[in-house]
Design a protein around this ligand. Structure first.
Ligand SMILES: CC(C)(COP(=O)(O)OP(=O)(O)OC[C@H]1O[C@@H](n2cnc3c(N)ncnc32)[C@H](O)[C@@H]1OP(=O)(O)O)[C@@H](O)C(=O)NCCC(=O)NCCS
Length: 145
C-alpha cells in the first residue's frame, strides 16, 4: 500500500471518497498539499488531511473506503497526517467528528468543549460551515521531537 501526498489531479477521487464516507468536502481543494492518500492499484482507497494555521492544525477528511476498513489503513493515514502537521510546526491539533470519537483517542486526542477550539481555526471552511454544530471537538498536543 502506497501512502503519499495528494496532487490536484487526485481531487475528484478524494471528493468521491469523502462523499461516500458522508464527510464534508468544503475547502479540501485548498489543502491538497497537506492531504495524504492511500493508493491500491491506482485506486484511492483512503485519505487524511490537515489544515495548518500557524501552530494550530485541523485534522480532517480521515476516510477509508468501506470495503477496506479494519485493515489498519485509517491508523496509518492518521499517524502520517499528524507527523506532517508536526513537521510543519503545529503544536495543537484539533478535529471535529460525529462518527469516530472512539477512533481518535489512540492518537492522543481527548474531547474538549467547542469553545476551546483555537480561534485560528475559524479560517477553516470546514469548521465554519460544513461540519455540523453537534460534532464533537477533540484536541491532541503534538510533541516536538
Ligand atoms: C474512521 C476510519 C477512517 C477508520 O479507518 P480504518 O482503516 O477502518 O481504521 P483502522 O483499520 O486503522 O482501525 C484502527 C482501529 O480503530 C477502530 N475503528 C475504526 N473505525 C472506528 C470508528 N468509527 N469508531 C471507533 N473505532 C474505530 C478499528 O476497529 C481498529 O481497532 P483495533 O486496532 O482495536 O482493531 C473509517 O472507519 C472511515 O472511513 N469512517 C468513515 C469516515 C469517518 O467517520 N471519518 C472520521 C471523521 S474525520
Amino acid at each position: 500500500m502506497n501512502i503519499h501526498t495528494a496532487t490536484a489531479a487526485d481531487i475528484p477521487d478524494i471528493l468521491a471518497l469523502l462523499k461516500a464516507s458522508a464527510l464534508p468536502v468544503a475547502g479540501i481543494e485548498q489543502h491538497v498539499e497537506t492531504t495524504l492518500i492511500a493508493r491500491d492499484n491506482q485506486k484511492i482507497v483512503g485519505c487524511a488531511a490537515v489544515e495548518v494555521y500557524g501552530q494550530a492544525g485541523l485534522l480532517r477528511s480521515v476516510a477509508v473506503e468501506a470495503e477496506r476498513r479494519g485493515e489498519g489503513l485509517g491508523e496509518r493515514l492518521t499517524k502520517g497526517a499528524l507527523e506532517m502537521a508536526r513537521k510543519r510546526g503545529v503544536r495543537d491539533i484539533y478535529l471535529l467528528t460525529t462518527t469516530a470519537s472512539h477512533f481518535f483517542p489512540r492518537f492522543g486526542f481527548t474531547a474538549i468543549p467547542r469553545a476551546e477550539l483555537d480561534p485560528a481555526l475559524e479560517q477553516s471552511e470546514e469548521l465554519r460551515g460544513a461540519c455540523p454544530a453537534s460534532a464533537l471537538a477533540m484536541r491532541a498536543v503534538l510533541l516536538t521531537p
